[in-house]
Ligand binder design. Sequence first.
Ligand code: C2E
Ligand code: MG
Ligand code: MG
Ligand code: MG
Length: 287
Amino acid sequence: AAKSAGKNQVTVFDSALRAARLEHTRLATGLRHALAREELALVYQPVVDLATGDIRKVEALLRWTPAGGSPVRPDVFIPIAEETGLIIDIGLWVLEQACADARRWHEDHGITVAVNVSGRQLRDESFSDAVLELLDRHELPEHALTLEITESMLLATTAAETRRIVEVLAGLRAHGVRIALDDFGTGYSSLAYLRTLPVDILKIDRSFTTPLTEADHHRTRAFTKAILELSASLGLSTVVEGVESRDQADVLQQMGSPLAQGYLFSPPVPPARIDDMLRVTPWKNAA
Ligand code: C2E
Ligand code: MG
Ligand code: MG
Ligand code: MG
C-alpha cells in the first residue's frame, strides 16, 4: 500500500510539474509576440515629496495583457523575458516609451522618469549607446532618466560580468543618467553592493515601510532611520517604497525622508492620468 501511495504521489507531483512547465512554455511563446501584437503597456507611479505633496518623478512599470486573456504579473513574466532574452527588445521598448511619455512631463513640470532594467540588458554590448541615442532622439536630458537596478540582478553573474555592468553604469552616470538601487535592504549583501555599484539614489524596500506603524515598530524604525542617515551621508537621495498610510508617511517625514512612493499617493496609472495629476495634484492639501 505504501508503495502504491508513493507512486501516486510521484504521479501527482509529476503532473503538477508538467502543468507548470506547460504554463511556462505557453507564456514564453505568448511573450515572443507581445510586442508585435501591442499587448504591452506602461503604467506610471508618482514619487512624491512628503513635505509639499508635489510629484517629483514617476516610475515606469510594465504591464502585459495577452490578447483575449487576463493580465500576467510582472513578477511572473519579467523572469521569463530574462531567461528567453526577450528582455533586450522589450526593455528597449520600455525605455523608448518611457522617454516619449516623460518628455512633456519633464518640459512642463521638471518631472524625471525611472525605468527598471535587468542585468541581461546591462550586459548587452549596445545598451549604453542605445540609451544615449534614444534620450537624444526624444530630446530628454540625461539627468531626467533614472535606471533602477537591483542587487539580485548581480547574483547569477560572474566577476567579469559584474565588472562589465559596473562599467556600463558608471559610463551612463558620467553622461548624467541617474542610477537607483531598488529594493534596498532585502538582499543578503545590500551594503556590499552599495559600496561596489555607482549609484545616486537608494530605494528603501517596502518591507521596511509596512512595519513602521505596527505595535512592535522599534527595530524597524531604527533600521529605516539608519538607512536614511547612511544614504544622506553618502550624498544619495532616498525614496521609500510602499507607503500605504498617512501614519507611515508622517513617521517617514519626521525621520527626514523627503521622497516616497506608494498606494497612499497613487497606484501605478496610465500616462494620461499622470497628466491629470500634474494639473491638479489631488493629495496636495492632504499631505
Ligand atoms: P519594483 O521596481 O520594486 O516596483 C515596485 C512594485 O511595488 C510595483 O509592482 C508596484 O506596483 C508595487 N507597489 C507600489 N506601491 C505599492 C504599495 O503601496 N503597496 C504595495 N503592496 N505595492 C506597491 P509591479 O508593477 O507588480 O512590479 C513588480 C516588479 O517587476 C518591479 O518591482 C520590478 O522589479 C519589475 N518590473 C516592472 N516593470 C519592469 C520593467 O519594465 N523592466 C524590468 N526589468 N522589470 C520591471
Ligand atoms: Mg523599481
Ligand atoms: Mg543630450
Ligand atoms: Mg522596489
